[in-house]
Design a protein around this ligand. Structure first.
Ligand code: ACO
Length: 324
């Protein structure tokens, strides 16, 4: 069976850079108190990029996709599968993947969105891997893209300081050599309430609460527990050891989760790719953004073994073991 091999990556951040100080000053105009010190100490986040009104997820996704295709040396017409992981799609339908397909000028590829919040990218990557291994696709584009700022309650300081907007993309090709070696996905829908945006548009009206709500401490505990378990399981299934992993690329929720996880797995912090300080939490975009940053700055080299881990609302989680 062929493997799904990563042949290119790309990412895109909206141009508006907002520092913690700038965000704190903006919140202060509405009598909401926060500070750079609080945000850095609790989360490691120093800044985030935010999309301006009118800049939708498909626009970020398209730019990241163009950069990934250029990096791969692949034409859009060669793609036979386009998956966008997002929880902030432009529309109810068509899918954001179809909008990206039209922007890229591809016709005929299968195109659909996956919705697994901050686990979306590993869900999308695993889906594309399964298509390629089954012989149902040969050249796939997998994108994680979000305008999470659009579902934040900007009056809730406990959540609005944590997130940013952005997109990351990879191109996968069928190949004789790995590639994605092992992957696993999980969910526990009974824990939906610890992290949700439980609103909808029905009969032309918003029903429920469309803003992101989170029980921060419950999410923290769940995240480190399931990521630790899943990392061990996926590495064992591949017949490898945690010490074989060159790069741990977890979902960038916050620095304390990343540090805690690395310590539990006994993976040295130098092997953990961290972008949450610069990008904040970009949900489904965070892993491909981090992967692209570390490929482009030369840290991740061909032959390296990367462990990608997503975790988020649903509750969902998953791991992908990838040979670069
Ligand atoms: N600025 C200043 N003070 C704040 C802020 C803020 N932005 N937000 C909350 N506070 C206050 C609270 O009101 C509270 O004040 P009180 O003691 O007077 O009541 C105090 O800080 C402590 O609040 P907690 O919510 O208990 O803070 P905690 O130490 O748990 O940190 C945090 C909150 C950072 C969210 C933490 O729970 C965490 O890291 N959780 C992990 C969840 C996470 O990262 N989620 C990201 C999305 S989920 C995902 O991507 C998987």
């Amino acid at each position: 069976l062929p493997y799904a091999r990563l042949v290119g990556s790309g990412s895109f951040l909206p141009p508006r850079l907002v520092s913690n100080d700038a965000l704190a000053a903006d919140l202060a105009t509405r009598q909401i108190e926060t500070s750079d010190e609080w945000i850095v100490e609790r989360t490691g986040i120093r800044q985030r990029y935010l999309a301006d009104k009118g800049m939708a997820t498909s626009a970020l996704a398209t730019e990241a996709a163009r950069r990934a295709l250029a990096d791969a040396g692949v034409e859009a017409s060669e793609l036979d599968l386009i998956i966008v992981a997002t929880s902030t799609p432009d529309f109810v339908f068509p899918s954001t993947a179809c909008l990206v397909q039209a922007n890229l000028g591809n016709k005929g590829a299968a195109a659909f969105d996956v919705q697994a919040v901050c686990s979306g990218f590993v869900y999308g990557l695993t889906t594309a891997d399964s298509f390629i291994r089954a012989g149902r696709a040969k050249c796939a584009l997998v994108i994680g893209a979000e305008v999470f700022s659009s579902i934040l309650d900007w009056n809730d300081r406990a959540t609005c300081v944590l997130f940013g907007d952005g997109a990351g993309a990879v191109v996968l090709k069928a190949s004789e050599s790995p590639g994605i070696i092992e992957a696993e996905l999980h969910a526990d829908g009974s824990q939906m309430n610890i992290l949700c945006a439980a609103g909808n548009v029905a009969f032309g009206q918003v029903t429920g609460d469309p803003f992101l709500r989170m029980d921060g401490q419950a999410v923290f505990k769940q995240a480190v527990t399931v990521l630790d378990r899943s990392a061990r399981s996926v590495v064992e299934k591949a017949g490898l050891q945690l010490s074989d992993v060159d790069w741990l690329i977890p979902h960038q929720a916050n620095l304390r989760i990343l540090t805690f996880l690395a310590r539990k797995l006994e993976i040295p912090t130098e092997k953990v790719v961290v972008t949450v300080d610069r990008h904040a939490n970009t949900s489904a975009a965070s892993i491909p953004l981090a992967l692209d940053v570390a490929r482009r700055d030369g840290r991740i080299k061909p032959g390296h073994l990367a462990l990608l881990q997503g975790v988020g609302g649903g509750f969902t989680w998953g791991s992908v073991l990838l040979r670069l």
